[in-house]
Design a protein around this ligand. Structure first.
Ligand code: URA
Length: 199
């Protein structure tokens, strides 16, 4: 399976220096056929210890948010922009993000999700460079057949009352974005099946 192959490569990765200080690589986990894929920032202390994404406090909150959208954690795929923990939880550096980008691209291609949710600034920058999260959170943008929705990072929202209700409201829109994707897919199918006009 492609995702398992990518995970094995990530575990052996030496493309940047982060592997030297990390305990475990965190390739990501979830449903290989997920319709929704979440991209966070980088593994933290708990994730580094367990080799799994979003298993600490912000992970618990993320699971609640996923469930509030009528989904289960097992339905979705969760990964990060960088797959090894930066020392002391510092921000990932641009060359670390660049070194790790190929893994993320291959994960996205293998899963082919309908909706990608970016969590926080670093993953937002991949799709919306130069934008401000406070301005564009919760607003989906179409990239080919996919919708990409920038959202606040759960860790930022966890202890801030107003951000918390903002991220909760943004997550509650996910079923609507999935329904929009169903409609778009039906339209594409109908167009493919329609006989050529005038022949
Ligand atoms: N924060 C992230 O961005 N990713 C994790 O996996 C955990 C915390």
């Amino acid at each position: 399976m492609v995702l398992a192959e990518i995970a094995e490569e990530v575990k052996k990765c030496t493309l940047c220096e982060l592997f030297r200080t990390a305990t475990n690589a965190v390739p990501g986990e979830g449903n290989p056929e997920a319709r929704v894929m979440f991209i966070g920032e980088a593994p933290g202390w708990h994730e580094d210890k367990q080799g799994k994404p979003f298993v600490g406090n912000s992970g618990k909150f993320l699971t609640e948010l996923i469930e509030s959208a009528g989904l289960e954690r097992d339905d979705v795929f969760i990964t990060n922009i960088v797959k090894h923990r930066p020392p002391g939880n510092r921000d990932p550096l641009p060359d670390e993000i660049a070194a790790c980008a190929g893994y993320l691209e291959r994960q996205i291609a293998a899963i082919d999700p309908d909706v990608i949710v970016t969590l926080g600034r670093h993953s937002m920058n991949r799709y919306f460079p130069g934008e401000r999260i406070s301005k564009i959170h919760g607003k989906p943008k179409r990239f080919g057949t996919r919708l990409v929705v920038p959202m606040y990072h759960p860790a930022a929202a966890l202890h801030n009352g107003s951000l918390r209700s903002t991220i909760e409201d943004d997550f509650k829109q996910l079923p609507r974005f999935l329904a929009e994707q169903d409609t778009e897919r039906d339209k594409r199918r109908q167009e493919e099946e329609r006989p050529e006009q005038g022949t």
